[in-house]
Design a protein around this ligand. Structure first.
Ligand code: ARG
Length: 479
């Protein structure tokens, strides 16, 4: 049996194409560190329970550690004829220490082995990506502090709506991303139970100690049902769904970067370091990085769909289909990690054009709500005030001027409630400052939110200023 493990039952080799088709080592060799850790925990426990003699356990562990080192240093020879990461490592172990290496697999199946590896890998990946999200948050915290005095229109329907502080807008991005990070941490927590000992589907007759291996591998406990443990990959759907949320948030942020850096908006200038030129038009400076972050969200969403469809309709327990969980999961994490890094650099180094943002406030009658509120607090029912101001907007629009340029007589012709103090209410700064309730854009609120965000990040171990500086943000001491 040249190309078959456990060939005893078979009369002929696996078809060459079938072998190629089913080999997964090119992808799952990424699980080698987790696989080796899991194997060491398993064999150590076998020794402690007296299932394998201590001396053999020592030899197996030494062999596995040597293989781990070879993998780490890129010296390990991966052989696709040996199908997957598990069989490559087991074969290398037997090669190294002889037949006794075959005892490693006592009381274990590749089915509980692979899902243990995946839980370990994904747990780590969630924490890694969560920390990358926190770095982007650090960049945004620093950029927000520098954007407190910058006013710009807030939009609905992409129409200028009401004035806000740029810091308030950036803090909205932070809210989205903080939830993404927390979702990843939540997913890592829920998956953190050890499936090891579930065997192929119905555990094992050996008196193994599942809690011991769980503890050694940093799991919070053990899974309750062996069939479920080897069959489900809901923890991957959950983590990749968290990634999709994050990717979609990054895509929306990128879309705003693209819009804002257009000549039509001109609100920001992206750094040369994160833009590209055109092969034909010399004047062009394209926000390709932001566009790619936007585009890659589709790819991440595709991986989620792949996982969902993969599981739908699978009977319990393990089915080989499940091997397809890895390319989707790995690429979803890789893609989001890359996007987070690029976005952090893009935002850290972008220049805000506060004049253009301020100028955008002068057009579009975004102080109309202020005018309606002005009448409303003076006893005019808001619906009526809305209509009166609507007429004033029409009048100003006809005369081609700003609402604040309407004379007092013109205002009073619509309603006698207007007096000279109305002009102060029309100042965007006043409009923003009057929105000082929780969740609002007033200076004091925004400052408090930035301070609170910084504190949350510092508490989770992020040096906010240092991190932002590492991505190229200019850090001025917050007051
Ligand atoms: N490479 C396989 C996977 O990723 C490992 C488990 C194989 N188990 C089996 N019964 N064929 O799912």
């Amino acid at each position: 049996m040249a190309n078959r493990s456990w060939g005893g039952r078979f009369e002929r080799d696996l078809d060459k194409k079938a072998a190629q088709f089913s080999a997964s080592v090119d992808v799952d060799k990424r699980l080698a560190p987790q696989d080796i850790r899991g194997s060491i925990a398993h064999v150590r426990m076998l020794g402690e329970r007296g299932i394998i003699p201590a001396e053999e356990v020592r030899r197996i562990i030494r062999g596995l550690e040597a293989i781990g080192l070879e993998v780490e240093q890129g010296r390990f020879h991966w052989d696709s004829a040996k199908e997957d990461v598990h069989m490559n490592i087991e074969a290398a172990l037997i090669d190294k220490i002889g037949e006794v290496g075959g005892k490693l697999h006592t009381g274990r199946s590749r089915n509980d082995q692979v899902v243990t590896d995946m839980r370990l890998w994904t747990r780590e990946a969630c924490h890694f990506t969560g920390s990358r999200v926190a770095e982007l948050l650090a960049v945004l915290a620093v950029r927000s502090a520098g954007a407190i005095d910058i006013l710009l229109p807030g939009y609905t329907h992409l129409q200028r709506a009401q004035p806000i502080r740029l810091a308030h807008h950036l803090l909205a991005w932070c809210e989205m991303l903080e939830r993404d990070r927390d979702r990843l941490f939540d997913a890592a927590k829920r998956m953190n139970l050890s499936p090891l000992g579930s065997g192929a589907l119905a555990t094992t007759t050996y008196e193994i100690d599942r809690r011991a291996t769980a503890k050694e591998l940093g799991f919070d406990g053990i899974t309750r049902n062996s069939l479920d443990a080897v069959a489900d990959r809901d923890f991957l759907i959950e983590s990749v769904a968290a990634l999709v949320n994050c990717a979609v948030h990054m895509s929306r942020i990128s879309e705003e970067l693209v819009l804002w850096s257009s000549q039509e908006f001109g609100f920001i200038k992206m750094s040369d370091a994160f833009t590209t030129g055109s092969s034909m038009m010399p004047q062009k400076k394209n926000p390709d990085m932001a566009e790619l972050v936007r585009g890659k969200s589709g790819r991440v969403a595709g991986h989620l769909v792949a996982l969902i469809v993969l599981l739908k309709g699978l009977p319990l327990a393990y089915n080989r289909d499940l091997q397809e969980d890895k390319p989707a999961t790995f690429d979803a994490f890789d893609t989001v990690n890359a996007c987070l890094e690029i976005l952090a650099g893009s935002i850290a180094t972008a220049e805000f054009n506060s004049e253009r943002m301020r100028a955008a406030l002068a057009k579009g009658f975004i102080e109309a709500t202020e005018l309606a509120d002005y009448l409303a607090v003076r006893g005019v029912p808001f619906r009526k005030a809305h209509e009166i101001v609507g007429r004033l907007v029409r009048l100003a629009s006809k005369q081609g001027k700003h609402l604040s340029r309407l004379t007092l007589e013109e205002l009073r012709a619509e309603h006698e409630g207007f007096s000279t103090d109305v002009y102060r209410a029309l100042d965007p700064e006043t409009a923003v400052e009057r929105r000082r309730i929780a969740g609002g854009p007033a200076r004091a609120r925004v400052k408090k939110e930035i301070a609170a965000l910084r504190k949350r990040l510092q508490r989770s171990g992020i040096d906010v200023d240092r991190t932002a500086a590492r991505f190229g943000a200019k850090v001025s001491r917050p007051d």
